[in-house]
Each structure stands twice: as C-alpha cells, then as structure tokens.
Design a protein around this ligand. Structure first.
Ligand SMILES: Cc1cc2nc3c(=O)[nH]c(=O)nc-3n(C[C@H](O)[C@H](O)[C@H](O)COP(=O)(O)OP(=O)(O)OC[C@H]3O[C@@H](n4cnc5c(N)ncnc54)[C@H](O)[C@@H]3O)c2cc1C
Length: 476
C-alpha cells in the first residue's frame, strides 16, 4: 500500500507533495494531463495577493497572508521568479472610500502589513500610470507577482528530487473505500493507498462526493485575459485592481514577473468544466474596464488571450482537511483565488494534518533547494560566457522573441520531470511566449524534442495526445 496518493499536479497538489516529501512516506502524484501545471495553475493572474480580500477567520484569509509571507523565501530556495511590486485597489467614485476602508479593516484583521488609503493624487505620485478618474486607492506594498508555471514546476521538481513519484497522463476514474484505506482506479491500473489527497481543481467535488455523504458543489467560474507585448510591460509597475463600479466587477491591470502587461480576468459561471475558450464579448468587456484604471490600453500590442477556470465551491471558502465521514481522505477543494498565493501555506497546513493521520519521521537528507534553468536572456555577461564555455548550445538562440537558447530547451527536457511537449518547453523556458507566439521557434523546438526524447517528429505534440504538431505526417 502506498502511504499517500495525491490527485492533481497543479500548484496545490505539488505544494502538498513537496511538504510531504520532508517525511519518510511513499507519496505518489496522479495527474491526468501529460505534464504538471496543465489545469487552472497555468491560467491565472499570477498575483501574490496581500490578503485583505478574504473575510477574517476564513481559511482563505489565514492561508493567503501566510502564503504571501512564505513566497519570497520559497522563491529563493526553489529559484523561481517572484517580485513584491505592491498593489492598489482603485476607486473611481468618492463613495468608494467607504468600501476601501472596509477592505483596509479586513486587511488589518487578517494581519496584512503597511496598508494605506490614499487620495487619487497621492496614489498617482506612487503609480503615475493610474488615470485621472481615480479618486481613492488602497495601497498594499506587500502584494506581489509570481510566475505560476515556474512556481508549480519548481515545487514538483523539488518534491520529485525528494522521492515523490509522479505518474503523468494517468486519469483517475473512481475511488472506493477498502480496509485501511482507498482503492484508486485509473486508466493505467489501480492503486491502493492509506490516504488520499484530493487536489483535482474543478473536478475535486467529483472525487469528494465518491467517498463522502457531505456533498460539495464546484462551479467553474471562467476568467478571460489579454496578454500584451513586453514593449508595454512597464505601463504600470504596480498591480492595479478596481473596486466594483456601476460598470460591473473590476478587472486588473498588472505587469507580469517576466515583463509583459496582463489585463483581466472576467468572471462568468459556466457549465463546461473544460471551457477555457476566450470570447469576443469577454475581450471587449475586459479591455473597456481595464482602460478605466490607466486611461487607455495599447491594444495593438496584445499578443495573445487565454482563459482559466476558478474552482468556486458554493460555501465560498476553501475546503481543506480530512472529510468528516471519510477517514484518510483529505480535500484541497474549492481552491479558487487566492489559491496560487496560498499554495505554500496550503502545503504546510495539509501536510501537518496528514502527518497526524500517518505519523512519520522527518528525513534528515531533505533537499531544501532546487536550481532552475539558467536564463540566458537575463544572465550577466560573465555567466553567459561560462555557460557557453561549458555547453555551446547556450549560444544557439532558438526563440528570437524571448532569446531562449537550445541549451535552455535541452535543459528543460533533460531535467527531473522534464518537458515532453511544446507547451512543456514553453512553460519551463519561455520559448514561444513572445511576440510571435511560437510562430518561428516551434519547428525547431519540435526537432529538439524529437532528438532529445528519441522520438519520431510526428509524435511530438503541443500538449496532450491528439495535439501532435504535424498532421498527415508520413513516417519514412
Ligand atoms: C481567472 C483566474 C485568476 C486567478 N488569479 C489568481 C491570482 O492572481 N492569484 C492567486 O493567488 N490565485 C489566482 N487564481 C487561483 C489559482 O489559479 C488557483 O487557486 C490554483 O491554480 C488552483 O490550483 P490547483 O492545483 O488546486 O488546481 P489545478 O491547477 O486546476 O490542478 C488540478 C489538477 O488536477 C488534475 N486532475 C483533474 N481531474 C483529474 C483526474 N481525473 N485524474 C488525475 N488528475 C486530475 C488536473 O489535470 C489539474 O492538473 C486565479 C484563478 C483563475 C481561474
């Protein structure tokens, strides 16, 4: 019997896996997609929220403030990009001050440090991009931005290095109670385990409801985005939220940690658990509302759009912990926003609960740190020379927009839990994330993947099977 099986390799499952890998436990992660970070964790705002949004006393509030505190140190240990750029909530109406005051007080109760309410003019001194329409702003210097892919991949790689097993491309179908644990049926065979962690994102209610009479209901709440080119990435240096106005719920305008500009998301409840398409109405709506914050948006610089699904549980809070009527079944369900910010804290919180259920000793040889892929575009000249001296592939630029080299792509493929698809390379190195959106580098990246994985070029896919890059391709 395996000690713990985690369903889902998003940021939540990977954070829990890393925390459990500190202990002498057999831990297995089952993920239906062909890579880690293929669910909601790949399509969000990438904001590390300060923590004033959630109602005091909720899990969301507690874990957000703690996650925000943990993120900076974690980013150094696991080598992923994080920046404390500060955020503002903007009000376009004088009456908004009262609502900002409520957020301020909520933040103080939650333990958020250094919050301030500023009149529009003072806010404009700190962030000159905000529009003349802004009358009041709540300023939260502890807000930050993070790369959601690198965070998730770093957690997974570190968990793997510390002994956690990952089975990707493994779809969990059913969970049933057996003596001393659970049997998990998948399309790749069955697994028996003492404890289950349910971190299946929008599907978490499906698994919870298989073992518990206390039913959950998760509604996918879609959020659409526009991503802008790096040439306008410095339009704002802070993350700009809006108070809801007569025009509807606010959207945010933010720099990304890689220097792009991001505008979104919309918020629409849908029935389709796979509905991550973008829509013309969604785009028009978010651009109109985003422009309120900064006066005008440079829409000719939009390079792509995408959408993600929030796992909104009807109760409104995260559902984290052992299900009351299913001993050994631990939920990490309803992890909507601020789930990314909370992930390091969720990992610690749930691992502690699991260790109470399966008492276990800490390893003495736990590897606390992990080194990411070198980023040639940002490396200092001496570091570039050193890397090229060690491996000339670091001199061969493949992605011309993001200046990603063949050395970085090979590294992404060869490292623990390495990339096997075009999207896997993209998320690990940024090859294909730039202005041309992989128009130029895809063929070369496909060739490198085929060469390094000893596969035929026709087998290389964008992501899951069925998305092969070449169609109608005939093997010689
Ligand atoms: C529009 C939007 C904006 C957001 N912005 C922010 C933000 O700025 N800051 C913030 O803190 N949070 C934000 N969030 C929330 C954050 O993205 C999520 O809370 C977080 O990514 C959830 O991670 P997860 O691991 O729980 O879920 P997921 O990333 O969805 O992972 C669940 C995994 O389970 C797998 N799975 C599902 N079913 C099965 C099965 N049958 N068998 C095996 N595996 C299975 C899936 O493939 C998936 O990989 C946002 C969310 C959205 C949608």
């Amino acid at each position: 019997m395996i000690d713990v099986v985690i369903i889902g390799a998003g940021v939540t499952g990977c954070a829990i896996a890393r925390e459990l890998s500190r202990y002498r436990l057999d831990v297995l992660v089952l993920e239906r997609a062909s890579d880690i970070c293929e669910g909601t964790s790949k399509a969000n705002s990438g904001i590390v929220h300060a923590g004033y949004d959630a109602k005091p006393g909720t899990l969301k509030a507690k874990l957000n403030v703690k996650g925000n505190l943990l993120m900076e140190e974690l980013s150094k240990k696991l080598d992923f990009p994080f920046k404390r750029n500060g955020s503002m909530v903007l009000s376009f109406e004088d009456e908004g001050k009262e609502k900002l005051q409520l957020l301020y007080e909520q933040g103080i109760q939650n333990g958020v440090k250094d919050l301030k309410i500023l009149p529009g003019d003072e806010a404009r001194k700190i962030e000159p991009s905000i529009s003349e329409e802004v009358v009041w702003a709540l300023f939260a210097p502890t807000g930050g931005i993070v790369c959601p892919f690198n965070l998730t991949i770093a957690l997974a790689e570190n968990a793997f290095e510390n002994g956690v097993e990952f089975k990707l491309g493994t779809n969990v179908k059913r969970i049933g109670k057996i003596s001393g644990g659970y049997r998990i049926e998948t399309d790749k065979g069955d697994f028996e385990t003492r404890a289950v962690v349910n971190a299946a994102g929008v599907y978490a209610a499906v698994f919870h409801n298989m073992v518990s009479g206390d039913k959950l209901n998760i509604i996918p709440r879609k959020g659409e985005y526009c991503l802008f080119d790096k040439t306008v990435g410095n339009l704002t240096s802070h993350t700009l939220f809006q108070l809801p106005t007569k025009y509807g719920k606010g959207v945010l305008v933010t720099p990304t940690v890689h220097g792009n500009l991001l505008v979104g998301p919309t918020a629409v409840d849908i029935d389709d658990f796979e509905g991550v398409n973008t829509t013309a109405e969604g785009m028009a709506d978010l651009l109109k509302r985003g422009a309120l914050s900064v006066g005008t948006l440079p829409t000719r610089q939009i390079i792509t759009s995408f959408a993600g699904l929030r796992a909104h549980e009807e109760g409104g809070d995260f559902v984290i912990g052992e299900a009351k009527d299913a001993p050994g079944f631990f939920d990490a369900a309803g992890i909507e926003s601020p789930g990314l910010s909370c992930a390091p804290a969720i990992g610690e919180y749930l691992a502690e609960e699991i260790i109470k259920y399966i008492p276990s000793e800490k390893k003495t040889d736990f590897k606390e740190t992990r080194k990411g892929i070198p980023c040639m575009a940002l490396a200092a000249p001496e570091e570039k020379q050193r890397l090229i001296g060690e491996n000339p592939l670091y001199a061969n630029v493949v992605c011309r927009c993001e200046l990603v080299t063949e050395g970085e792509i090979v590294d992404a493929i060869k490292r623990p839990l390495g990339a096997t698809t075009l999207d896997g390379v993209k998320r690990r190195t940024r090859a294909g994330m730039g202005r041309c959106q992989a128009g130029f580098c895809s063929p070369k990246t496909v060739e490198i993947l085929a060469r390094e994985l000893w596969k035929d070029i026709g087998e290389i896919s964008k992501n899951d099977p069925g998305s092969e890059f070449l169609t109608g391709y005939l093997k010689e």
